[in-house]
Design a protein around this ligand. Sequence first.
Ligand code: FMN
Length: 458
Amino acid sequence: MTEASTGALYDPHARVHLGVFYTGVGPQLLWNDPSAADHVAIGTFVEVARLLERGLFDAFFLGEGLRVRENRGRVHDQDVAGRPDAITQLSALAAVTERIGLVATQNATYNFPADLARRLASLDLLSDGRAGWNIVTTDNAWTGANFRHGGWLAHERRYDRAGQFVDAVTALWDAWEPDAVVATGEAKSWARPGSIGEVARSTDLVDLRAVPTVPASRQGRPVLFQAGDSDGGRELAASRADVVFSANTPYDKAVAYAADLRARLARYGRSADSLRILPGASVVLGDTPDEAVERARWVREEQMSAPRAITFFEQYWGTDLSGYDPQGPLPDIDPVEGELDPSRGTIPIERRTGKLALIARWREQSEQRGLSMLELARQVAPGHPAFVGTPSQVADEWVRYVRTRAVDGFNITPYLIPSALEDIVDKLVPELQERGAYRTAYEGETLREHLDLPPLNP
Ligand SMILES: Cc1cc2nc3c(=O)[nH]c(=O)nc-3n(C[C@H](O)[C@H](O)[C@H](O)COP(=O)(O)O)c2cc1C
């Protein structure tokens, strides 16, 4: 990494690391388009994982939802395919893929350390060192109610627990000491009977006494990802994670975020290179710039259809708005009093407080600009595509991001499966390769190696 004349970081050899983040159906995905794959069938996941492996991606990444989102007592149409368990899905994919990393989002609030350590280590072993754990805290009491925990643990305390939880899990993974390789016949990477240490932890939010049940894979342990952007989230990333899955995608935000994380890493005595930064990225490609813009407009309109606009505002108003015309103005009734907690899990945390002020701003915006409910929803709902252009334009942009060390790559959130991903693999990846900013073959075997992370115990 060198300093360019501007004093900014610059690495002319930096390469783009890519993953796909599949959240289940979610708000960005056009699941009801006639060309969309079946989002419950295993065949879809197999096809996608193989496609990404052909595109030499670092990872296929699954979100977690321990309670399906609801709206007025019905399953929200963003969760129409339910939320199958990520480790189960990825275990199936381990059998039909050879190289791609398999990352499971699993929260540290409602899981148990010994159980999760065992399940993740099993995925790591069965995939021969390709597993990752995306550590999240899950921010709503709605999910907690499913575990008879309700709003158990305030936001920052969740990060206290997450830190203690991760320490317990990694201690368990380390407790199977690989001190001897059995020298009978062919050496087996797993045949390391070693010593087993009992891990005993009694911190204020984690109480554990356990011995490991699974030996280490060839990458040593699953790669640790972190997703969550608050101070507590950033501290968790800087102190313990290998990769951070960030929501800071716009260039200026990405630069500021990287600087903030590097300062935090230094405080933990970690090098800048010990943490990969991969923000989420929605990408809309077209063969010409105009075609890309037109496609992005179509995607937005499909993502926020008239019924979805009503559902979107119902989440904020807290009441039935089905009698209102989506082509008309915002409802003239007041929203139900009270903030949006416990939320139903569809609203970003920063919007959960101050909803009355937010709604007042929306009223002003729609009145001043004469926007209907539908038009307003399309403007204010999160999820606008971050990168719109030809493959060559997006490749240039991504190369700028990685070479100026704003990010190490992207976690793509696809809008249509499989076609949007096929375009990325077949059109964008070759453009990156032409610029020397993307691998032309897998060079390593494990997820840790794909990410160019430093060895665990150098
Ligand atoms: C990019 C990104 C992806 C996330 N994915 C999930 C997920 O799949 N499941 C989940 O329960 N929470 C997910 N979270 C939410 C985090 O668990 C966390 O609860 C939330 O971001 C609030 O924490 P924060 O205030 O630190 O951002 C995600 C967060 C981010 C930023």
